[in-house]
Design a binder for this molecule. Structure first.
Ligand SMILES: NC(=O)c1ccc[n+]([C@@H]2O[C@H](COP(=O)([O-])OP(=O)(O)OC[C@H]3O[C@@H](n4cnc5c(N)ncnc54)[C@H](O)[C@@H]3O)[C@@H](O)[C@H]2O)c1
Length: 365
């Protein structure tokens, strides 16, 4: 992950400035301030962790949905307690970030009281990077499962056209002295957001990510978006995508089986479903013992004998945390076209332009 010429041509945005900018644009589009604070924190967290595909660059597409009246900027989610350990959140077609945030907060509360909390979320929208919800649980000392469904992008194994979403499967566990365990992965070879990012930045994509509309391999992002994503591990990736739809779509009462709307399609509501679980890690042993065991696992994994050409073995979620440390220091890199797209949104609502600077420190990753 060496610093490239392209990266040096980028401008950098400080995380606090990015949050303020997003907050102002959201408020300018009718989002209540307390909700804008949550959404901006989640988006900037994705940029900080290096998941630029699901960060502040999503603002133009989200605002287009508000303008077209298919995402309700004023909606706040509601919660219904079903049993002492089960709750249901209705996202009421507001931001997915708000519904998922409320859902995980409820799951954590139930887990603190009863050991486990499970929340089904319906009528929601895209919630960006799943890892921020896993981190919400880790910050409360909880293990978690975070599932969502999403719009069709992937054929099921043996199929030809898009049916399932590249819906990320995510989970996590806190540690003691080591870094927490955070898995957050789309069941495709690459997340579709990486193709949108390549399109925005005029970059080629690897030929094993997607097929064009004629079923041929392509390195062209625009052609890939007209075609289908490829599942990771063949039928296994396809099965995981269906699993996300069973738990998030079928169970919740939201859209499923290929009927979730793409976040870039502002013609109708998305009706996304999520499935969230929090688990208290001291159910079967004292907390300290659990943490020691996590630390032992971390040291065994990261201390593995390395294959040729590998400098360091990382724990899942670790590269993102290292990236965050770096970006907190040197800022979030954006290309000029992305900055302009963001400033266009600011201009529409009379908000200030995003504050940018040239990078002063080279990337260490
Ligand atoms: N909300 C949605 O509908 C939606 C849809 C698709 C993707 N996404 C998001 O897109 C993001 C990107 O997904 P992705 O599948 O491209 O992720 P990825 O391939 O970058 O990473 C997948 C997992 O592998 C781990 N990993 C990566 N490199 C590693 C290394 N060298 N050593 C050890 N572990 C390593 C990461 O920590 C992560 O947990 C995710 O945050 C996901 O939530 C969201």
């Amino acid at each position: 992950m060496a610093s490239t010429t392209a990266e040096q041509q980028m401008v950098h945005v400080n995380a606090t400035d990015a949050r303020k900018f997003v907050e102002h644009v959201l408020v300018g589009n009718g989002v209540p301030r307390e909700n804008a604070v949550i959404v901006s924190r989640c988006l900037v967290e994705a940029d900080l962790r290096g998941v630029d595909t699901h960060g502040i660059n999503r603002i133009p597409s989200y605002m287009a949905r508000i303008r077209e009246g298919v995402l309700d900027p004023k909606a706040s989610p509601t919660l219904r307690q079903v049993t002492p350990v089960v709750a249901q959140v209705d996202g009421r077609n507001g931001f997915g970030f708000l519904a998922a945030h409320m859902g995980m907060a409820a799951a954590i509360r139930m887990a603190q009281e009863s050991g486990i909390g499970m929340v089904s979320v319906k009528h929601s929208n895209h919630f960006g990077m799943s890892a921020w919800i896993v981190q919400q649980a880790v910050d409360a000392g909880m293990m978690s499962l975070v599932f969502t469904n999403s719009s069709p992008a992937l054929p099921v194994w043996g199929g030809k056209s898009k049916l399932m979403g590249v819906s990320p499967i995510a989970c996590g566990a806190p540690a003691g002295k080591g870094r927490p365990f955070i898995v957050d992965m789309a069941p495709s070879v690459a997340a579709r957001g990486k193709i949108y990012k390549a399109l925005r930045r005029g970059e080629k994509i690897p030929t094993d990510w997607a097929l064009d509309k004629d079923g041929k391999q392509t390195d062209d992002a625009a052609k890939a978006l007209e075609g289908v994503m490829l599942p990771m591990g063949g039928p296994k990736g396809s099965a995981l995508a269906i699993m996300m739809d069973v738990f998030s779509g079928v169970l919740s009462g939201s859209a499923f089986a290929g009927h979730v709307t793409n976040p870039y399609d502002a013609s109708k509501p998305a009706d996304v479903g999520h499935f969230l679980v929090a688990i208290k890690p001291d159910l079967f042993m004292p907390t300290d013992e659990f943490k020691d065991r996590m630390d032992y696992l971390y040291s065994r994994v990261t201390g593995s004998e390395r294959m040729a050409g590998v400098d360091r073995v990382y724990f899942p979620g670790e590269t993102e945390l290292l990236r965050k440390e770096e970006r907190l220091e040197r800022g979030i890199p954006l290309v000029h076209a992305e900055v302009e797209a963001l400033n266009k949104e600011a201009q529409r609502v009379g908000a200030a332009r995003i504050a940018t600077a040239s990078p002063s420190v080279k990337s260490r990753l």
